[in-house]
Ligand binder design. Structure first.
Ligand code: F0G
Length: 441
């Protein structure tokens, strides 16, 4: 087998959102001089898109560190860290369900994709980021952030979280031999995510307040204490998450979809996926720029409301939704996400919890499964189709952000106690009892 191509480690700088200044990637910093966020910027003028595709294609199937990771395969556009600083599980390499053929499911070969039919569209695929090592898309950003922390010599890392970032940080910090603190809203994350975080050995700090209060607190902690902040304020988190786009484009042989639809909470993912699409387009890896649709829960929809007002008068809100992962009232990445929506001709939509849960039920019953926040993608596709914004023949990718096992409480609510639920039944251990169950259909 041919050797894996050597990386072109493109130097990167951090560009301030507010002051426009360039900062080095070390020492790590969380804001520019005017308090704006920082984004990774690199000079792509000398990069040949065809060479990059060939390099990435040659790494497919590699068993070598770090290229077997579905993040570090795209290393040139992720981070210029040396091998020794990369902390990888490995992550990524997630499935793209259905799609390709019109209304047909090449994976299962049965045909007539139920989920596409339900949403009223013909060409739909779902990329399941719940298939990452800690069962959410967060691992893609976390491998990059913790590698940045190692590059910086950090020994303590922290984040605020609605649960998934917390579990991911705990796992990667453990691999890197770092101390991890996660700040979560007291009593507001699922038992599964809390259990995962504790199991991986992090110190959980329950904050008496909501996610937004925990986020404000951890930023204050990182500004005054020797603690590396691993929220999506860390610019390399977003670089890692960009690999969702690179990987799905590669899975589709570099044919861009018309739409990319995803849930929105703190809006790091909208920012990251948009940045990746723009880079892929500017490098000629794809020939059109897909539109991004960000879907929020109605009870946690400050970004959707801002969009409705033509991005005038932003107002945070007190968030409440069954989708605890996106129960966020003041998303920190809203400005960069706004630029992405504007640049891609995207849309932002808020949907009631009932629609998220109805979509989750469909995804679960299709044998794919996801947590409630992830179901916003399919719910959004259906709603955008009904509103005539998505056309029936559009080529659509929905992102499923977290695994069905992340939220057993929601599973119970829909599949055990909910209307049309099929709860488990108890029988005597006899053939006759089983025959009665079979006869019931
Ligand atoms: N879906 C899931 C399953 C999530 O956990 C999150 C965010 C999102 C969607 C929204 O992504 O914030 O980039 O817009 N969870 C964060 C956390 C906030 O702490 O785990 P976003």
């Amino acid at each position: 087998m041919a050797a894996t191509p050597e990386p072109m480690l493109l130097p990167a700088v951090l560009r301030g959102d507010m002051d426009g200044a360039a900062y080095p990637i070390l020492p790590p910093r969380n804001a520019d001089s005017a308090g704006g966020l920082l984004s990774v910027e690199r000079d792509l003028s000398g990069v040949d898109g065809a060479d990059l595709k060939a390099t990435w294609d040659a790494r497919l199937g590699s068993r070598e560190f770090p290229y077997r990771s579905g993040v570090w395969r795209y290393r040139e556009l992720i981070a210029p860290f040396p091998d020794d600083d990369i902390v990888s599980a490995p992550e990524g390499n997630t499935n793209l369900y259905c799609g390709e053929g019109i209304n047909r499911c090449p994976g299962c070969r049965i045909g007539g994709c139920r989920l596409a039919n339900w949403a009223g569209v013909e060409r739909l695929a779902l990329k399941h980021e719940g298939e990452n090592p800690t069962a959410s898309f967060k691992d893609r950003g976390m491998t990059a952030a913790i590698s940045h922390a190692r590059h910086a010599g950090a020994t303590t890392v922290a984040c605020a979280s609605s649960g998934n970032t917390s579990a991911s940080l705990a796992a990667y910090a453990s691999k890197a031999g770092m101390r991890a603190l996660t700040f979560i809203p007291e009593g507001k994350i699922t038992a599964g995510k809390l259990g995962q975080t504790l199991a991986y050995g992090a110190q959980v700090v329950q904050v008496q307040g909501d996610f937004d209060a925990a986020m404000t607190l951890v930023q204050e902690v990182a500004a005054t204490e020797p603690v590396f902040l691993a929220n999506n304020i860390n610019p390399f988190r977003l670089e890692g998450q960009k690999s969702i786009v690179f990987e799905l484009l590669q899975q589709r042989h570099w044919v861009a979809p018309d739409w990319l639809v995803l849930p929105g909470g703190n809006l790091g993912n909208t920012s990251a996926l948009g940045k990746a699409l723009i880079e892929a387009y500017e490098l000629g890896l794809i020939t059109k720029l897909p539109r991004i649709a960000t879907i929020q829960a109605a009870g946690a929809s400050p970004f959707a409301q801002w969009f409705e007002r033509g991005f005038d008068h932003y107002e945070p809100m007190q968030a409440e939704t069954v989708a605890s992962a996106i129960r966020i009232g003041n998303p920190v990445s809203r400005h960069r996400a706004r630029r992405i929506i504007q640049r891609t001709g995207g849309v932002v939509l808020a949907l009631p919890d009932a629609e998220l849960l109805a979509a989750k039920r469909q995804i679960d019953h299709a044998g794919i499964g996801c947590e409630p926040a992830s179901a916003a993608s399919l719910a959004g596709i259906k709603a955008l189709r009904e509103r005539g914004i998505i056309q029936p023949g559009d080529d659509i990718i929905g992102i499923l952000t977290g695994h069905v096992l992340k939220d057993a409480e929601a599973t119970e609510r829909i599949h055990i106690t909910g209307a049309d639920a099929r709860p488990p039944i108890v029988i005597e251990p006899t053939l006759a009892a089983v025959q009665r169950v079979l006869a019931d259909g």
